[in-house]
Design a binder for this molecule. Structure first.
Ligand SMILES: *[C@@H]1O[C@H](CO)[C@@H](O)[C@H](O)[C@H]1NC(C)=O
Ligand SMILES: *[C@@H]1O[C@H](CO)[C@@H](O)[C@H](O)[C@H]1NC(C)=O
Length: 197
């Protein structure tokens, strides 16, 4: 009995030390997504798993952050296939979840904030010198996938992503729609699988 009590005390002390600031439950951006959801994580990359056609392996096409234009002092980034990014240097090699927002991780690159994601749009991040990554849109959650890997959800939805062809790249869109600057006929549904690094 004494030993058990000591063990319990040691365990609770250890968990308090390991996660001093973590909340017990994920926020409303995980509502309706079942059990096993989380909204804070260590570093990962994403892969787009083709849900209706062939995949080269069980994880799917690796995704990276590619540039999607710039205005004034802000550069926009979004998820595209590594294949369409080619051999250019990768500015943000990994991402993480922090309290429902996605953080683009890098050494020394311009900080970036997740922006809200409307139907028909890609998953965008605005990078500028004054950006605060922790103040990005709180719209992301990780959910349990059927294949064992967690899946990324946005707007409480993990089932509405597509890969679509633009002039130069294959990018991820949420609720892909016609007349939005990409070839809607090229779109096919994908799940965004989370690969911890
Ligand atoms: C994914 O599946 C679709 C069929 O739904 C197919 O047209 C497409 O070429 C596949 N993508 C890849 C990368 O194989
Ligand atoms: C998470 O976000 C909510 C809503 O913005 C905020 O109230 C809360 O303090 C945040 N928690 C942490 C641990 O950052």
């Amino acid at each position: 009995m004494l030993a058990l009590t000591a063990l319990a005390a040691a365990l609770s002390a250890a968990s308090v030390m390991a996660t001093p600031m973590k909340r017990a439950a994920p926020g409303p951006w995980c509502d309706g997504l079942g059990s096993g959801v989380f909204d804070t994580s260590s570093s990962f990359t994403l892969a787009a798993y083709n849900t209706t056609g062939p995949n080269t392996d069980s994880t799917g096409a690796p995704l990276v952050l590619g540039t999607a234009g710039a205005f004034q002092q802000t550069q926009i980034w979004h998820f595209i296939t590594e294949e369409s990014w080619g051999s250019y240097p990768i500015t943000y090699p990994t991402v993480s979840l922090e309290n429902g927002t996605l953080i683009l991780q890098s050494d020394g690159a311009t900080p970036a904030q997740a922006t809200t994601v409307d139907a028909g749009n890609s998953l965008e991040f605005a990078a500028r010198a004054s950006a605060n990554p922790l103040a990005g849109a709180q719209i992301y959650c990780a959910v349990q996938g059927d294949a064992g890997l967690p899946l990324l959800a946005v707007n409480n939805d993990a089932d509405s992503f597509s890969l679509c062809q633009t002039t130069f790249e294959n990018a991820v869109y949420y609720k892909a729609a016609p007349d939005r600057g990409y070839d809607f006929d090229s779109c096919y549904p994908v799940k965004l699988q989370i690969l911890f690094q």
